[in-house]
Write a protein that binds this ligand. Structure first.
Ligand SMILES: [Zn+2]
Length: 198
């Protein structure tokens, strides 16, 4: 059974065939997963939060939902979700966010660079890396359309999101290195990604 453990603050990559299940699991409490996936036969096609929002006419992602690609094709079906709190509105953290919004001097690890590292060799320009589905991350949009302050992920150790791959995919994840806001309890922790037959 293919499995990777992604170190807290780092990224990783795993492949799944059409029909296989991809399980994303927390190992400790309070950790989000920036989830990305690409068509294994054409990495220019990727899971798209904006197309998923538009096709389901909602900003809420839950069990039973389809994740759509940037070509509006079915990429995943959410089979199970033990938390039921996911975000499709925020881009991944990046060096600019830490510098501009958190006043970090020097380098800070980021989900965008983790994705770039995980997909190294696939020739995807950094500027065109896709946006994530943020598993276990509360959407912060409020009634007036503004975003509220960051809150901790509600995930507990051993929580899972299980997705059925609806095409052959390359999954890339980042165990988000955000340690300044409360999102990952100020101490990012590991994620386990498992691929198995349905
Ligand atoms: Zn991040």
């Amino acid at each position: 059974m293919p499995e990777i453990v992604v170190k807290g603050g780092h990224g990783g990559r795993i492949e799944a065939k059409r029909g296989q299940l991809v399980e994303v699991a927390t190992i400790e409490d309070t950790q989000v997963c920036d989830f990305f996936a690409f068509n294994r036969d054409n990495v220019r096609e990727a899971v798209s939060p904006s197309h998923t929002r538009h096709m389901k006419n909602s900003i809420i992602l839950k069990k039973g939902d389809i994740l759509f690609s940037n070509l509006r094709r079915h990429m995943f079906l959410i089979i199970d979700d033990t938390v039921g709190v996911n975000d499709m509105l925020s881009p991944q953290c990046d060096p600019e966010r830490y510098r501009l919004q958190f006043n970090v001097k020097g380098h800070h690890r980021s989900c965008r660079e983790n994705l770039a590292e995980a997909m190294k060799g696939y020739d995807i320009p950094y500027e065109y890396l896709p946006e994530p589905i943020n598993l276990f991350q509360p959407p912060l949009v409020q009634a007036d359309g503004t975003f509220g302050p960051a809150v901790p992920s509600p995930s507990k150790a051993g929580d899972t999101v299980t997705l059925r791959a609806l095409m052959g995919v390359i999954v890339a994840v980042s165990a988000c290195p955000q340690d300044i806001s409360a999102l990952n309890k100020h101490r990012p922790s590991d994620l386990r990604i498992t691929v198995r037959d349905a």
